[in-house]
Design a protein around this ligand. Structure first.
Ligand code: SME
Length: 181
């Protein structure tokens, strides 16, 4: 069962940002993430904190969350948003492609993809998407970080750079990450 097109009262449609506004918003989010996760070792605590602070500062982050690698497939993990699909096979959808390729995927228009294979529409309001692979300290894939926007073209190389830097929290358990950007 997927989410309906009607948005629940607590979820708002996306608002896109300019490049300058993006950098400012990510710096505020990253400051909170780095401060709250300094010395933190629990992946679950990291995931819920990252979801919360990114959704707080980035107004185009509609569905924001993690899919965890479990028994050779992706299983829904901590997220904020409408009902997300529970399981995704490697290679299916944007998440499955990010997992197989171990590379960030940016989709300007999810409706241009083959539905059910290239893209899995958990929510019909999703119009663009970014998925970032998450690696542990042994460079093993442990999850993918998935963000949907209700607007086309919300994500670009600025989002990729900032989100890949934030995901370094999972490679350095307990250490403080220097700002790389
Ligand atoms: N759109 C993703 C599926 C996850 S829902 O968007 C939360 C995909 O195509 O893999």
């Amino acid at each position: 069962m997927s989410a309906s097109a009607e948005m629940p009262y607590f979820i708002k449609p996306s608002i896109n940002l300019s490049t300058e506004e993006k950098h400012q918003a990510y710096q505020e989010a990253q400051a909170g993430i780095d401060a709250n996760l300094a010395g933190e070792t629990s992946p679950m605590v990291k995931m819920v904190t990252i979801n919360c602070l990114l959704k707080t500062f980035l107004p185009y982050f509609y569905w924001t969350g993690f899919y965890l690698v479990e028994n050779g497939r992706l299983v829904v993990g901590p997220y904020q948003g409408t009902l997300g699909c529970l399981y995704i096979d490697f290679g299916r959808g944007v998440c499955g492609k990010a997992a197989i390729e171990r590379k960030t995927q940016i989709v300007p228009n999810t409706h241009a993809l083959a539905q059910g294979s290239e893209h899995i529409a958990c929510d019909p309001n999703s119009l663009s998407e970014i998925v970032v692979p998450v690696f542990n300290e042994k460079d093993e894939l442990i999850a993918v970080f998935d963000v949907d926007s209700t607007l086309a073209g919300s994500f670009d190389e600025v989002d990729q750079a900032h989100l890949e830097r934030i995901m370094i929290h999972f490679k350095q358990s307990g250490s403080v990450i220097k700002t790389l950007l």
